[in-house]
Design a protein around this ligand. Structure first.
Ligand code: ATP
Ligand code: MG
Length: 364
């Protein structure tokens, strides 16, 4: 997919922007609070999702304006398409002039992967964020995973409800029945997550190698200490049947399920050390970038469509060679990079540069 033109009217601090980005790397620079992130946020809305900053729709409308309007002309599925988004109280979208029942209908057509500094929590933060990364990425490449995951969560909720009221309604038969169903569902979730990790691995390693100039070794694995990688489906099922049985007493006293894929983690290591506990700022940033770029590469491989890459404020904390890799070696992708420091632009060998100032964008 290639974005050809973006128009934004009354979006955040942008009164009117009419922008034709280049096909390769686009650098948007400017001082703090000028609207660089606002621009990427606007572009991201065409994925059908909400703001990657977690903002409410109403916050996206320029203060004092009634409605925010965005239009994007892009090539996807072999032809030119035009999508429009209007935000008044809520978001409404049209595609090629036809109103969509929901902006989420754009998902799958308009693909994007975003890095924002908040995503560093994916490495620094709790396992929940890493599970969310795998689950969200899986839902994009394998829509059947949505069913697999909801089935697991549904059974988990039912089992937890039983455990919560155990001292009033102790029911061994029912607990066993939930255990059997949870075992099956857990196996499906684990297998899907392990397979996705296998798809990511090589691609993430290649990006990390590029970023670190081959000086550091990157590795990922899903819940590596359990040794899933060497297990068959039957062995994983047997593992969970036993694990649930063994945690019975702990689960009853806690009043919820203390074990399961909802407590598992993606292990990320740099040169054999946990990136979460031992990684430097630059290493953690590089690790997130490697995972995000790998996510994009898997998406491209699986869907045949190439997502755009949005890198918000990615340059800080990266040394020159890592910055150079991002500017000049992400071949074959349409990339949007925001930065404050104009000196970084000097390193761009082939790409387009834009300056954002007080909500107005100009090609440099
Ligand atoms: P930094 O380099 O600090 O990340 P930035 O260029 O990415 O800066 P943005 O976050 O894109 O900055 O823009 C922030 C500016 O947009 C702020 O000055 C803020 O007041 C303004 N802004 C945000 N929402 C709205 C809105 N709904 N209406 C008008 N202005 C807004
Ligand atoms: Mg910003």
């Amino acid at each position: 997919m290639i974005v050809r033109q973006v128009k934004a009217a009354d979006v955040r601090n942008m009164t009117f922007v009419d922008w034709q980005p280049g096909e390769r790397v686009n650098v948007i620079f400017g001082q703090n609070a000028q609207g660089k992130t606002n621009l990427l946020e606007g572009l991201w809305l065409f994925t059908g999702g909400k703001s990657f900053r977690g903002a409410k729709d109403s916050e996206l409308v320029r203060l004092g304006a009634r409605e925010a309007r965005l239009q994007c002309r892009f090539d996807a599925e072999g032809r030119e398409q035009t999508a429009e988004i209007r935000i008044e109280k809520r978001r409404r979208a049209t595609l090629n002039g036809v109103a969509l029942s929901s902006p989420t209908k754009l998902t799958g057509l308009f693909g994007a992967v975003v890095f924002s500094p908040d995503h560093l929590m994916m490495i620094k933060g709790s396992p929940e964020l890493r599970r969310r990364f795998i689950d969200a990425a899986l839902c994009q490449v394998s829509p059947s995973y949505i069913q697999t995951y909801s089935e697991y969560m549904h059974i988990l909720t039912q089992r937890n409800a039983l455990l919560k009221d155990w001292y009033r309604f102790a029911d061994d038969g029912q607990l066993e029945a939930w255990n059997a169903r949870l075992t099956e569902a857990a196996t499906d979730v684990v297998l899907a997550r392990c397979r996705y990790c296998d798809l990511l691995r090589e691609k993430a390693i290649a990006v990390y190698d590029g970023l670190s100039g081959g000086k550091e070794r990157f590795s990922i694995g899903y819940e590596t200490e359990k040794g899933y990688a060497a297990m068959t489906r039957e062995q994983i099922t047997a593992y969970w049947a036993q694990a649930l049985e063994q945690s019975r007493r702990a689960d009853i006293s806690a009043g919820f399920s203390t074990v399961g894929p909802h407590r598992e983690d993606l292990t990320v290591e740099i040169s054999d050390l946990s990136a979460r506990h031992f990684g430097s700022q630059g290493q953690q940033r590089s690790a997130v970038l490697a995972l995000k770029m790998a996510e994009a590469a898997v998406l491209r491989e699986r869907t045949g469509e190439q997502p755009i890459i949005l890198l918000d404020d990615v340059m800080s904390e990266l040394d020159e060679s890592r910055q150079d890799y991002l500017m000049n070696h992400l071949d074959g992708w349409q990339v949007f990079i925001t930065c404050c420091d104009p000196s970084a632009i000097g390193r761009l060998s082939d790409g387009s540069v834009f300056k954002m100032e007080n909500g107005s964008l100009q090609q440099v």
